[in-house]
Ligand binder design. Structure first.
Ligand SMILES: Nc1nc2c(ncn2[C@@H]2O[C@H](COP(=O)(O)OP(=O)(O)OP(=O)(O)O)[C@@H](O)[C@H]2O)c(=O)[nH]1
Ligand SMILES: [Mg+2]
Length: 274
């Protein structure tokens, strides 16, 4: 599936990000535990230019725990990394101590120069809909940052004080304009990072169905145990998406299938592997 689009607010988000980087001590980069590689923006690594960084694999509640362990081991080779869930609170308590560890050296140097320690300012970045605002809300225990179950909710930057030692900057999701690898585009779309309005949902659902048949066949048993029925049409039939004449409404079937996958109803699934 080809995804051709580059909404204006992405270009704006990139400009904002470059601008804000000047004001922050560190970066919290959110990845999606279901797509730890595809969800990390290659452009971002260039933009960050050596800022101290921790990586969080969010939505760990939806990912395959064995793969999460493997990804943590892999990613830990290049930067501190934690698996978290902004929905359940899993792992969130480890974030502030990890930030303090990351910044300890810099704070010591500042103290030696006689600079009074101020709070750490960190910027939360990641692709759209990955849970940046939810994570900040989970850290402060209140819904200060606006969240929503579709990409493009956060439009501007917003500073939020977590406690006396840490301030976080919520930022709009940043996605890269071209996916060199169509598989990456499909995985991101399936995980919910791309607005459904710019997608061909039937194509995407067909791709996802094929992928799940190969990698997590048991996740599909909720629709039917009859392999020949495992088509979008079969899924639609099992969910009663019929139009007049008894035909299946394939768009409706696709939407239900994608929604169930994204919500975790098909089980804990990781789409990136190595
Ligand atoms: N299951 C699950 N859902 C999550 C988690 N974190 C966030 N969500 C959901 O993902 C959706 C997007 O969350 P937001 O916090 O608005 O995401 P964002 O990265 O701020 O999105 P933009 O501002 O649009 O870039 C919401 O429906 C959240 O409830 C998580 O760890 N697990
Ligand atoms: Mg947001």
């Amino acid at each position: 599936m080809s995804i051709q689009w580059y909404p204006g607010h992405m270009a704006k988000a990139k400009r904002l990000l470059l601008d804000q980087l000047k004001w922050v001590d560190a970066v919290i980069e959110l990845g999606d535990a279901r797509v730890p590689e595809s969800s990390r923006n290659p452009l971002l690594q260039q933009l960050l230019k050596g800022k101290p960084k921790i990586v969080l694999l969010n939505k760990a509640d939806l990912a395959d725990p064995q793969w999460t362990e493997s990804w943590l081991r892999e990613l830990r080779k290049t930067s501190p990394v934690l698996a978290v869930s902004a929905a359940t609170g899993f792992g969130v308590g480890k974030i502030v101590p990890e930030m303090e560890r990351l910044m300890a050296g810099k704070q010591d140097r500042m103290a030696m120069k006689g600079v009074r320690a101020r709070s750490i300012r960190a910027m939360v970045v990641g692709i759209p809909n990955i849970g940046k605002s939810s994570l900040i809300n989970q850290l402060i225990g209140s819904a200060k940052a606006k969240t929503g179950n579709k990409p493009g909710i956060t439009r501007g930057n917003q500073w939020i004080r977590i406690h006396d030692k840490l301030e976080l900057l919520d930022t709009p999701g940043l996605l890269w304009p071209k996916f060199e690898n169509p598989e990456v585009g499909n995985k991101l779309a399936a995980s919910g990072a791309i607005r459904d309005e710019v997608l061909n949902q039937e194509e995407l659902a067909a791709w996802l169905l094929g992928w799940l048949k190969e990698y997590y066949p048991t996740s599909l048993e909720r629709y039917t145990r009859e392999p020949s029925q495992l088509t979008l049409e079969g899924i639609g039939r099992s969910r009663g998406c019929l139009i007049k004449g008894g035909e299946v409404d394939l768009l409706k079937a696709s939407q239900i299938f994608l929604r169930e996958f994204r919500s975790g109803a098909l089980g804990k699934i990781t789409m990136d592997r190595f």
